[in-house]
Write a protein that binds this ligand. Structure first.
Ligand SMILES: [Zn+2]
Ligand SMILES: [Zn+2]
Length: 160
């Protein structure tokens, strides 16, 4: 995932992304993500603006039921490459790289975008029921019949 500044045409071009990045995350999260999609590259001479949304997929462990599953998430990308190495121009929203010429390696900035876009917890599906805290049964497979202990006592005794 590289961008060759010398070969980049004027104006807007499309950069196709297809490749894996190591995420360096704690276990349960994907250790590696496959990124796919297209980004636009706007070349305005003094800088390049790389924009778009990629799809990421990676193997994760569900925080509720602990099953391994394929996590998919969207990765918004906004990277600015400034060709003036002394410029402090930038914006709050985009990652800013400084490089005068040659080939820019986008692997690390794309890794950062992918990590920032992760959901708050890896959950295999919205209605995953997880594991019973008392007997350990996988509630997606077989409801165990245990009575939940953590009922708020204020609700007890109220008429149905
Ligand atoms: Zn789950
Ligand atoms: Zn149970």
């Amino acid at each position: 995932m590289k961008l060759d500044l010398e070969r980049q045409g004027e104006g807007r071009t499309i950069l196709a992304v297809a490749g894996g990045v190591e995420l360096e995350l704690p276990e349960d999260w994907p250790q590696r993500a496959e990124l796919n999609g297209e980004l636009t590259v706007d070349n305005v001479g003094s800088r390049f603006l790389i924009n778009g949304t990629l799809r990421a997929t990676g193997q994760a462990d569900c925080a509720r039921c602990l099953d391994s599953f394929r996590l998919e998430w969207e990765v918004p990308v906004e990277i600015m490459v400034l060709r003036d190495v002394h410029s402090d121009e930038g914006s709050d929203d985009s990652l800013v790289l400084h490089q005068k010429k040659g080939v820019v390696d986008l692997t690390e900035p794309l890794r950062e975008c992918a990590v920032l876009a992760l959901p708050p917890a890896p959950i295999c599906r919205d209605d995953c029921r997880g594991i019973c805290a008392q007997c350990g049964a996988d509630l997606n497979q077989n409801p165990c019949g245990c009575v939940a202990e953590d009922v708020d006592p204020r609700w007890e005794g109220l008429p149905e």
